[in-house]
Design a protein around this ligand. Structure first.
Ligand code: PLP
Length: 409
């Protein structure tokens, strides 16, 4: 098996060398790990210029960093020649203070992707599978495949209604799971898992199993966070990121929150994991701004709810999202609609194989969602004839073929 430490994803390699690596991969054990950014990119018909058109395909936040975060970045730039490792501890302690946690239970990372992958590496193996909801965020699956660990996908319960994690089925899915991954709210559906279900998982997961609770989108919802299970010393790892509500996807900042022994085991992968000091400074300023979360939650929630209400009014079903993304049933192969929307320079999210007629929509800025509505109405009222073009066929290619061929690797 290839050592997880050899994996190139996210380690600062060039786009071209990443795709070269992907193109050369021939077995699961040599696959890199694909994250939201990679998968959104692969889902585009052509590599779209991020400065052109509407991009509602990667669950990003068009608001970007807050004003206070931008100022903090400017102020710290002159110190960019220093590692400033103390800053990681300082920001972790700031977060711990706000959440009433022991600072030893918080570790800063450049985004939450790294601790997500490392948790899978550390706690799954050939005999200890990853258990994950379907449709769910794919990155843990890529990590498990790279580590040679089996993956058990458990369909969401009530897919036409609440579309929530079937936690009882997930806990029952294996007698010896390494990691049970719960994304709350879920990517791609934006749906939440309630407190009682999480309590059930904590109480009933087999001994030694890690419950990995990914709270990337928690600030956008009303769901109860799971940090108290960490405080109680349970086998729970919670992940937080600044890529979503805080608008810092390109700056790279996140936390893993867990018992120190779990952080130590997980954090030993990947070498130097400290975030850039610009991201740390921006994160601290964001955490100290008490109005930021409620204001942005309200702002994004209003745009989401207007969009969901409009889609319902024109006859399309969506998942009941509490997040910045939702699944939209287009009642025909989703890939056709993705291609037709891209032709209008509106880049929407991918499908999940288990739900081939549904596409993921990210909640963008108000004007972006109005442009989405216009393009969507045109696409859905038009004929699908003419959509069978060469670029559409590419959406059926395996993701690595798409990625590598598009950069000529
Ligand atoms: N977890 C979930 C559920 C996500 O959707 C994403 C990105 O979209 C991530 C983790 C990783 O985000 P980042 O590495 O930018 O923190």
């Amino acid at each position: 098996m290839r050592s997880p430490l050899d994996l190139p994803a996210g380690k600062g390699i060039s786009r071209r060398s990443f795709f070269r690596f992907a193109a050369g991969a021939s077995t699961l054990a040599t696959l890199p790990i694909l994250t939201e950014a990679h998968l959104a990119w692969a889902g585009q018909i052509e590599f779209a210029d991020s400065n052109k058109g509407i991009h509602i395909d990667a669950n990003e936040n068009p608001l970007g960093p807050s004003e206070a975060a931008r100022k903090a970045i400017m102020d710290i730039i002159p110190s960019g020649g220093r590692y400033k490792l103390d800053l990681s501890r300082d920001v972790a302690a700031t977060f711990a203070g706000i959440e009433g946690l022991n600072p030893e239970f918080v570790m800063a990372f450049p985004g939450s992707s790294a601790p997500l992958h490392f948790t899978v590496f550390a706690f799954t193996d050939a005999h200890r599978p990853l258990v994950i909801a379907d449709p769910g965020y794919e990155a843990p699956i890529w990590a498990a495949q790279a580590a040679g660990s089996p993956v058990i996908k458990v369909p969401l319960a009530d897919p036409r209604g609440a579309a929530t994690h079937d936690v009882k089925a997930m806990v029952a899915a294996s007698t010896n799971p390494g990691v049970i991954y719960i994304c709350n709210p879920n990517n791609p559906t934006g749906t939440t898992t309630n407190r009682a279900d999480i309590e059930f998982a904590v109480a009933n997961a087999p001994k030694g199993t890690i419950l990995l609770i990914d709270e990337a989108y928690i600030h956008l919802s009303d769901v109860t966070p799971s940090l108290d299970f960490v405080k109680q010393g349970k086998d729970v790892i919670v992940l937080r990121t600044f890529s979503k509500l805080y608008g810092m996807a390109g700056l790279r900042m996140g936390f893993a929150i867990a018992r120190p022994d779990l952080l130590k085991k997980m954090g030993s992968f990947g070498g130097f994991n400290a975030p850039p000091i610009t991201a740390l400074a921006a994160a601290k300023a964001s955490l100290l701004d008490k109005d930021l979360v409620p204001n942005r939650k309200k702002h994004i929630g209003e745009i989401r709810n207007e969009t969901l209400a409009w889609l319902t009014s024109v006859g399309y079903a969506t998942t009941p999202s509490e997040s910045n993304c939702f699944m939209l049933d287009v009642k025909r192969p989703g890939k056709e609609v993705i291609a037709a929307m891209a032709a209008k320079e509106v880049h929407i999210g991918r499908i999940w194989p288990v739900w081939p007629t549904q596409v993921r929509i990210t909640v963008g800025a108000k004007d972006e969602m109005l442009a989405f509505r216009k393009a969507f109405q045109e696409v859905m009222s038009g004929s699908t004839a003419g959509l069978a073009n060469p670029t559409l066929a590419r959406l059926d290619e395996p993701v690595f073929t798409q990625l590598s061929s598009r950069v000529g690797a």
